[in-house]
Design a protein around this ligand. Structure first.
Ligand code: C5P
Length: 224
């Protein structure tokens, strides 16, 4: 059996983007590479954890010793997450889940309508996967991510409270060379202060470094 501070711990991580089908050949998605989630999976494994990595479509190889579940859409990701939660100790939602999906996926390829210059797609909201995790009766220790282009602290604090997270990792995605798709990342961690008051938040800054090193630093901060 594995040794390390996370020995005996089941860590579930979501990673990558989701794809929301428009028709049989098209989809809505985003630029998430999955690198941060995969780096976290490796770091947790190296601390002795049993790791389940639920990944959207990415081009990364599965790290050794990690149980990977591939999904495409947000609805599939939610189902995969629900199937692993029974014995989950730590949940890390690193996936860039599409906020909306098509209300109706076209059965056949959509054709251009001659003479028409606009197309309207009807979208409906996807479930918030991480909020579904934290709203269970006995939630695991839950870590969320927040990619923001402005007002990092305010948005992170808002998500920390609204999604009932134990910790949020906020990334400023407006910084060139960091975050989405890049190999390096920086973050500010936020969690409620020891008082538990929603008004008192503790923050901790992690300077720019390789995502694998950032993942390690994040786990070090979380571990007693
Ligand atoms: O609200 P926002 O998408 O910025 O929140 C980001 C956090 O919420 C991330 O941890 C992400 O994985 C999670 N999330 C989720 N399901 C969604 C949307 C976001 O789990 N539908």
């Amino acid at each position: 059996t594995a040794a390390g501070p996370l020995a005996g711990c089941h860590v579930v991580i979501t990673a990558g983007p989701t794809r929301e089908a428009i028709d049989p050949v098209r989809y809505l998605s985003n630029h998430s590479s999955g690198k941060m989630g995969f780096a976290l999976a490796e770091a947790a494994r190296d601390q002795g954890a049993r790791v389940t990595l639920i990944s959207g479509p990415v081009t990364l190889a599965t790290p050794a010793g990690i149980h990977r579940v591939n999904v495409i859409s947000a609805m599939e990701m939610l189902e995969a997450v629900n199937a692993t939660l029974a014995d989950c100790d730590i949940f890390i939602g690193c996936a860039a889940v599409a906020d909306y999906r098509l209300e109706e996926v076209a059965e056949h390829k959509l054709k251009k309508v001659p003479g028409s210059t606009a197309l309207t797609l009807n979208l409906i909201e996807n479930p918030d996967i991480i909020a579904a995790v934290t709203h269970r009766e006995q939630p695991p220790f839950t870590v969320g991510f927040a990619a923001e282009t402005r007002e990092l602290a305010r948005h992170a604090h808002d998500k920390l409270v609204r999604k009932r997270l134990d910790l949020i990792v906020a990334n400023d995605v407006a910084t060139p060379g960091l975050g989405f798709g890049a190999d390096d990342n920086a973050a500010v961690l936020y969690h409620l202060a020891a008082s538990g008051s929603e008004a008192a938040v503790t923050s901790h800054t992690l300077s720019p470094r390789a995502k694998r090193a950032l993942a390690q630093a994040l786990l070090d901060y979380m571990l007693p």
